[in-house]
Design a protein around this ligand. Structure first.
Ligand SMILES: NC(=O)NCCC[C@H](N)C(=O)O
Length: 406
């Protein structure tokens, strides 16, 4: 029987959720890619091959790989789940009553595979073949989207994140990613796999407007031994951190959260683009961004409140204290300042640990890989010429569902 539990960043990885986007990438163009948070268009076949190589490395290392599209398709086979998803993706305020009715009917009559494909990949005016005469539709072009494609599902790390014995289904910061959360909520709520054993759902699993309290999984590092490190970044706000922290403490799943302020910049949109863990005592980091950050320690206070303490000796010391280690081995981005900046941009510091001391990363970041190997880390490489244009590496592209404690 499956037990969904993520006890650390580097303990043996056993089960992971990935997504290999297809239709959504086909619909990514120079006109829409910036709005869809991609820096360029991708060669579809190449990106697919690179993603397969990533899957293969994980499977070879004994990790069970689940694919988001399969899980969503299987979830939609349950009529209650299908209705639940469509209630949230189609409404009269988004489309107007006439078009909402028509889109809903069109999607309801598809088989589950096709429906999953449109939900993830988008639906154009042309594909709907409308007869309603709705002005909402009349004002659009044939190739405009009724449902936008969601290419960033590729980055399964961000939409939901497992922290010890539960999950946060995250209120995403950017419009282009908000619909992702509905799919993850549906999977965790209805898919038979997630009904086999109980887990906590800490945060995000309601239809409310979470306003300023956004949170994305790329900012959440499960350090282990009851501690969680969370970046307050371009995407995750202190309000989001505080809400998740209170829920973690209430569920008794964490005893300390370290919150770290990051610059609000695309190059470090999430903590894991500048800082990830490779071994129990070893991290890789981008030096430019990790200096002088404001940092707080949060612990359970009285009456379900959080006790806050601002940290003056830096977050590295805070991590050592939490993990009960005297020192940490810190591996910087490699090369000179120019090479380091280029490699960080291409996700050199965004590695996925398979087990303590073994990580997966893009092969292109040769200087950083050299630093890691010198530190005794086993580095497994994957190609990422095209996948990398979405601005995410191996950690961003993976959502661990089962990982051992350290
Ligand atoms: N954890 C991560 O850093 N994920 C990468 C997300 C990239 C995506 N294009 C985004 O802008 O949200």
């Amino acid at each position: 029987m499956s037990r969904f539990y993520v006890g650390s960043e580097v303990g043996q990885l056993r089960k992971v959720l990935l997504h290999r986007p297809d239709l959504a990438l086909r619909r990514l163009t120079p006109t829409n890619c910036e709005d869809l948070l991609f820096d360029d268009v991708l060669r579809i076949e190449k990106a697919g091959e690179e993603h397969l190589a990533f899957q293969q490395v994980l499977r070879k290392e004994g990790v069970e790989v689940l694919l988001l599209k399969d899980l969503l398709t299987e979830t939609l086979a349950n009529p209650a789940a299908k209705a639940w998803v469509l209630d949230r993706q189609i409404n009269e305020y988004r489309y107007g009553p006439a078009l909402a009715k028509e889109v809903r009917l069109f999607l309801e009559n598809m088989d589950d595979t096709e429906l999953a494909s449109y939900l993830l990949g988008g639906l154009t005016v042309n594909e709907l073949q409308s007869t309603s005469g709705s002005p909402t539709l009349g004002m659009l072009q044939q190739t405009d989207f009724i449902l936008d494609p969601i290419p960033n599902h590729l980055f399964t790390r961000d939409t939901s994140c497992w922290v010890y014995g539960g999950v946060s289904v995250n209120p995403m910061a950017k419009a282009a990613r908000k619909r992702e959360t509905v799919h993850l909520r549906a999977i965790y709520k209805f898919h038979p796999l997630f009904q086999q054993s109980p887990f906590h759902t800490y945060y995000g699993d309601t239809d409310r407007n979470y306003d300023q309290a956004t949170l994305e999984g790329g900012d959440v590092l499960v350090l282990g031994r009851g501690t969680v490190l969370i970046g307050m970044s371009e995407r995750t706000t202190p309000q989001g951190v505080e809400n998740l922290t209170r829920a973690l403490f209430k569920a008794g799943q964490a005893s300390k959260v370290i919150a770290l302020q990051l610059p609000k910049a695309r190059s470090c949109m999430h903590l894991d683009t500048v800082f990830t863990q490779m071994d129990v005592d070893c991290f890789t980091y981008y030096p430019d961004i990790m200096k002088g950050n404001n940092c707080w320690e949060m612990t359970p206070g009285d009456n379900g409140e959080i006790a806050f303490q601002q940290i003056n000796d830096g977050f590295i010391k805070a991590i050592s204290r939490a993990l009960d280690l005297d020192t940490l081995r810190m591996v910087p981005t490699g090369g000179d300042v120019f090479e380091a900046e280029r490699e960080q941009w291409n996700d050199a510091n965004n590695v996925l640990a398979i087990r303590p001391g073994t990580v997966v990363t893009y092969e292109r970041n040769v200087y950083t890989i050299e630093n890691m190997q010198k530190a005794g880390i086993e580095v497994l490489t994957i190609p990422g010429e095209d996948l990398g244009r979405g601005r995410g590496g191996a950690r961003c592209m993976s959502c661990p569902l089962e990982r051992d404690d350290i």
